[in-house]
Design a protein around this ligand. Structure first.
Ligand code: ADP
Ligand code: ADP
Length: 230
């Protein structure tokens, strides 16, 4: 696995907003770190600096020991899965084609890609024969979210960034998808940063929880136990 390290990372926007103040944070290889805290405290910005959707103003961020700013951004993103709420599936591509996006970019042959797509759709609870040929508008919100998770995991990226990944899933489906996801994450040893406002979700899935406030981590909690007791 690959670790992620933030050292004195800062992000201010041109309008003067300081989204991330002076962040020092480490995510160990294979660890799932949940970022929690009130709206506007810098969680999404922190996530988006890892895959360079947002460029830090100063400080260093490294993934697997390499400074992200020293890498080609497009190349970097191919190795980092990204799941957001209302996933942004490609509307004119079927479910199977959506999941096959990154394998396609990496030049996998069609047999390997097809097998991987079927495997992943099954893992997230979508029967490939039923769902593979559908288009995103033919799915429920929860089903689209599942496809987003499958798409992000298609090439088994060592690092996965998730921003409210299960937000659109109905409560029953969410619980199941969380468990399925936890299993997949453990099996693959994926390093994960997950933004969530759902403290139960954080307690269920995270190895460690970073509590954000005003662009900084104000507390780190090592075990879910501590959260439930708090
Ligand atoms: P969170 O994910 O914790 O809700 P964000 O990281 O999205 O917080 O935002 C942190 C702060 O930065 C907020 O005050 C937000 O309004 C501000 N912000 C985010 N993106 C931009 C932007 N592109 N331009 C200006 N301010 C921004
Ligand atoms: P949810 O309650 O999860 O939001 P919906 O009520 O949106 O689900 O959809 C219920 C079922 O109907 C889902 O299995 C979904 O795949 C299917 N469905 C929804 N819209 C369409 C459509 N336009 N074409 C085919 N199937 C659809």
């Amino acid at each position: 696995g690959m670790g992620i390290v933030f050292e004195h990372t800062r992000k201010s926007f041109p309008d003067g907003t300081v989204a991330v103040a002076d962040l020092n944070l480490e995510v160990k290889p294979g660890e799932l770190l949940a970022l929690v805290g009130p709206s506007g405290c810098g969680k999404s910005t922190t996530l988006r600096m890892v895959n360079r959707l947002v460029e830090p103003t100063s400080g260093v961020i490294s993934v697997g020991g390499t400074d992200v700013l020293s890498q080609d951004a497009v190349q970097l993103r191919r190795g980092i899965g990204y799941v957001i709420q209302n996933v942004g599936l490609f509307p004119h591509r079927t479910v199977a084609q959506n999941v096959a996006t990154v394998p396609g970019l990496l030049g996998w042959d069609s047999q390997r890609t097809g097998e991987r797509v079927d495997e992943l759709l099954s893992l997230v609870g979508l029967a490939p024969a039923t769902y593979g040929s559908r288009y995103p508008h033919e799915l429920s919100g929860g089903e689209r979210q599942r496809v987003g998770v499958a798409r992000a995991l298609a090439t088994e990226p060592p690092v996965l960034l998730m921003d409210e990944p299960f937000g659109a899933v109905d409560p029953q489906g969410r619980r199941r998808l969380q468990k399925e996801f936890a299993q997949i994450q453990r099996d693959l040893g994926t390093t994960v940063m997950m933004v969530t406002h759902d403290i139960r979700e954080a307690a269920l899935l995270a190895d460690r929880i970073a509590v954000f406030s005003g662009g900084a981590v104000v507390e780190q909690i090592g075990t879910p136990q501590q959260v439930t007791e708090a």
